[in-house]
Design a protein around this ligand. Structure first.
Ligand code: AMP
Ligand code: MG
Length: 344
């Protein structure tokens, strides 16, 4: 087994991270000091409907070589300079995860360097901390596939609240598709809803479901979609109302976690972190609790390889490695099942 300390002493050490949990295939390269040298990705855009896991996996297999080369070129790093390969081991869509894991195993075996399986949700939190300087935040991680409020306690990121059904990004995406909006490269459906919501003037009442510390978004989506079909309201007003309800729900849960943990920082991460209205709501509750508010920069908010590379560095430096025969993917790998020994 290689020794991480020795790696760092003998030469500059780098980790290459592969992300492939859903629609994005990403490769990031990070030094052991936390310098992100490359963060390249290629996203699968369905011709119609939501993400088809097998089609997305096929996309990942087709672009893997290109994205890997882009990342290595951008980082000015040779494959032989790499010390460790990290990959998103879960949670996510099976065929997509397996494609990334296969690329990671092949690289690690060929280069004869260690492999580290990384939890995708932990990686979103760690890149948020690295890029914003937050040390010990209450984190709202809201994306196309996940919505949870976490904070570190006793060796793990604990889940203080989460969606009981669909994710926040998925709620916005499905509504947008029902409304006939189109996902374009660099302009995801959530951004299309955000743009229309800015023109919203009327707040339409929709189901607001917070159950204890958890929340439910599926009834809200059904109700908003039903009103869309009825045609009595402007699309702009429905987008505005959907956002106001959904964002208030996640903000309420985040505020409760903040009050309970008495942490001094709030971090927003995941693809939905791009949304200015959500940022605004969270900034208000952070201020009310004398906490600082941090938003991960856009490039690192959505799924990306750099977050896997950086979390790979943290894990590897703390003695974690994943033997190839234990590198099976974990479709439902919860964040609170993962030890994070790099936090004391
Ligand atoms: P991720 O799953 O982390 O790759 O993030 C993708 C999700 O973020 C999708 O559901 C997008 O619609 C959503 N998203 C991206 N930009 C925005 C935005 N400006 N407002 C709301 N949601 C967004
Ligand atoms: Mg994505």
């Amino acid at each position: 087994m290689r020794n991480p300390q020795k790696d760092q002493q003998t030469k500059q050490a780098y980790c290459l991270g592969i992300e492939s949990t859903a629609d994005d295939f990403g490769v990031g390269i990070c030094s052991f000091d936390g310098d992100i040298l490359a963060n390249k990705s290629d996203g699968y855009i369905p011709t119609e409907g939501g993400i088809h896991p097998r089609e997305a996996a096929r996309h990942h297999a087709e672009v893997a070589d290109k994205v890997l080369n882009h990342a290595l070129t951008a980082a000015k790093v040779k494959p032989s300079d790499l010390s460790v390969i990290a990959f998103s081991q879960g949670p996510g869509l099976g065929p997509c995860l397996r494609t990334g894991a296969t690329v990671a195993r092949a690289l690690a075996s060929y280069l004869d360097i260690p492999l580290v399986g990384i939890n995708h949700s932990v990686a979103h939190i760690e890149i948020g901390k690295l890029k914003t300087g937050a040390q010990d935040p209450v984190t709202l991680y809201a994306s196309g596939g996940n919505t949870m409020v976490t904070a570190f306690d006793s060796g793990r990121y604990r889940v203080f609240g989460e969606t009981l059904d669909i994710a926040l990004g998925n709620c916005l995406d499905v509504f947008a598709r029902e409304a006939g909006l189109k996902h374009k490269k660099g302009f995801p459906l959530g951004a299309a809803v955000e743009k229309l919501a800015l023109e919203g003037k009327r707040l339409v009442s929709l189901p607001y479901v917070v159950k204890g510390m958890d929340l439910s978004l599926s009834g809200l989506l059904t109700a908003a979609t039903a009103l869309l079909y009825k045609g009595d309201f402007r699309l702009e007003d429905l987008c505005y109302s959907l956002q106001e309800h959904a964002f208030s729900m996640v903000t309420e849960v985040t505020e409760r976690a903040l009050a309970h943990t008495e942490k001094r920082e709030v971090l927003l991460t995941g693809g939905v972190a791009a949304n200015k209205r959500l940022q605004q709501m969270l900034a208000v509750i952070a201020q009310e609790h004398d906490a600082s508010f941090h938003v991960v920069p856009l490039e690192f908010a959505t799924d990306n390889g750099a977050m896997i590379a950086w979390t790979g560095v943290l894990a590897y430096k703390h003695g974690l490695q994943t033997p190839v025969d234990e590198s099976f993917v974990r479709l439902r790998w919860r964040v609170d099942k993962v030890d994070v020994p790099w936090i004391s």
